[in-house]
Design a protein around this ligand. Structure first.
Ligand SMILES: Cc1cc2nc3c(=O)[nH]c(=O)nc-3n(C[C@H](O)[C@H](O)[C@H](O)COP(=O)(O)OP(=O)(O)OC[C@H]3O[C@@H](n4cnc5c(N)ncnc54)[C@H](O)[C@@H]3O)c2cc1C
Length: 471
């Protein structure tokens, strides 16, 4: 599709050098999702100020052009790339990254949407602070708001929503909606920022945020705990929450099927279990504190707590290994990539009430084992908050049906189990995008969809923003 010359000229005047990209080679990275999604853009624009975002949206609206807000493009549901029609404008926030103002006394930070999480945390660390939503990618703050990112330490700090105080959003007609308050207490009715949090940019473009920062821990301690059965993980979690309360920052659980490939795949990390195979489940437990070692011996405390648990529940525990946190997180963070070396992977990002995680996994195994034994269930995830990245690894040659038929059937089976039978979520933390749009369509109630449609009509009546349908 050709770009109208007057439109291109108006954008170039507004955004200056490097502000408008339409060369196919330049566009490719804006058109390709990290895991899912490959689209075609009309062009990509890179505004550097909120006023420029507002003007870009107004110019697009005058021509009826649809716009896809894009952050660092690390999203995992295909929502961060345009559709295949070649008529969407990608609005990248990567140059809107100048403001980063820390208020140490308030323990807050005002930040532009395009600032990367790593940049924010570097700046905060100089003041003994951190933005605690932690993950193994480096997204933009605006993308994190639009996806309401969760991450490995949600158990202690919550998701983005829990740490968001104020927001600046530009609506589809160019109106700037400023709710950039730094107040923690502000009980004055409708809290509009939540409508733009976790809604994939379909109601407005996030241009700035005020976040609350957390004190940067001075110490972390971590351990792997081998578990003979899934339920033992839940007992350990309860004991640690009871005994160590807010010191507990992460509680991840990895099945043997998810772990083994990390030690034999391309990463080939050294197994902490030596030559022995990993136990059925392994918990990664992390504690953190702002107190210095002289005041609190954190590794000692962790060893003591795990030792006590081992004495009481020795039959259920296979092994306990306290080690530097980075080495244990490296194992956890290599799982997804290692599984991809084992065959085709059908990945799910699910949540159920955490007490039901072992039963849910067994139900999936039973349901698939009977009909589709070609799938290996490789589950791991944020058990502390009920999240499981249930990955099915399979060998296409051994499958009873071609992938195009098999995948939707298996997805339907697993999603139905999670949502309908276990009261869970088809998207624990990655949000909604073309990858799981069918789930939204299937599981959201009519009343929920009607509310979404009313909001879309209010904020973006011409339906110009994003590719996701939340109604
Ligand atoms: C290795 C890896 C590990 C990950 N781990 C986790 C994890 O543990 N937990 C987790 O929750 N996620 C995780 N993710 C997913 C991803 O990193 C998050 O969803 C991230 O917050 C997306 O931010 P982004 O800047 O990359 O946004 P993008 O991917 O560019 O966009 C995501 C969505 O937000 C919209 N959007 C982006 N910027 C804006 C804006 N300024 N205004 C309005 N809408 C916007 C896009 O249109 C799209 O719908 C992981 C991803 C990778 C690759």
């Amino acid at each position: 599709v050709a770009v109208e010359p007057r439109f291109r000229a108006a954008l170039a005047d507004l955004l200056g050098a490097g502000g408008v990209l339409d060369d196919p080679a330049d566009l490719e990275k804006y058109e390709t999702g990290w895991r899912y999604g490959k689209g075609k853009a009309l062009l990509a624009v890179r505004p550097a100020t909120t006023a420029q975002v507002s003007r870009v949206l107004a110019l697009c609206r005058e021509r009826g052009l649809r716009v896809l807000p894009q952050g660092a493009n690390t999203g995992l549901v295909g929502a961060s790339v345009p559709d295949g029609g070649g008529r969407m404008v990608v609005l990248s926030l990567e140059r809107l990254n100048r403001r980063l103002a820390i208020d140490v006394l308030d323990r807050t930070v005002r930040v532009d949407a395009g600032v990367l999480l790593s940049t924010l945390n570097q700046a905060l660390a100089e003041h003994g602070l951190t933005f605690p939503v932690d993950l193994s990618a480096d997204p933009q703050i605006g993308g994190m708001v639009a996806a309401n990112t969760g991450g490995g330490r949600l158990l202690r700090y919550g998701d983005v929503r829990h740490n968001l105080l104020g927001l600046e959003v530009v609506l589809a007609d160019g109106t700037v909606l400023d709710t950039l308050t730094a107040l923690r207490k502000n009980n004055t009715g409708l809290d509009l920022k939540h409508l733009f949090t976790g809604t994939s940019g379909v109601f407005g473009v996030v241009t700035g945020a005020v976040l609350q920062a957390a004190p940067l821990p001075r110490q972390r301690a971590a351990a792997l705990v081998g578990l003979r059965r899934g339920e033992a993980g839940l007992e350990l979690l309860r004991a640690l929450e009871h005994g160590l309360s807010e010191l507990l920052t992460a509680f991840e659980v990895m099945s043997a099927q998810a772990l083994e490939p990390v030690f034999r795949g391309p990463a080939a990390l050294r197994s902490p279990f030596g030559q022995a195979p990993p136990p059925p489940y392994t918990a990664l437990v992390e504690l953190a504190t702002t107190l210095p070692e002289a005041v609190l011996d954190l590794p000692g405390l962790l060893e003591e707590a795990l030792g006590r648990h081992l004495e009481a529940h020795g039959d259920d525990l296979a092994d306990v290994l306290v080690a530097p946190p980075e080495s244990l997180w490296a194992i956890r963070h290599h799982i997804s990539e290692s599984l991809r070396g084992e065959g085709r992977v059908l990945a799910f990002d699910l949540a159920v009430p955490r007490s039901r995680l072992p039963a849910f996994t067994e139900a999936v195994k039973a349901a698939l084992g009977a009909e589709y034994p070609c799938f290996r269930v490789c589950d791991f995830g944020h058990w502390g908050d009920g999240g499981t990245h249930l990955n099915l690894v399979w060998d296409e040659a051994a499958a009873p049906l071609p992938a195009a038929e098999l995948v939707p059937r298996v997805q339907r089976r697993v999603y139905d189990l999670a949502v309908l039978d276990f009261g869970g979520s088809y998207s624990a933390e990655h949000g909604v995008g073309p990858h799981n749009q069918a789930c939204f369509d299937r599981y959201a109630s009519a009343a929920h969809k009607a509310a979404g449609a009313a909001l879309k009509a209010l904020f973006d009546p011409d339906g110009l923003l994003g590719t996701v349908r939340l109604w």
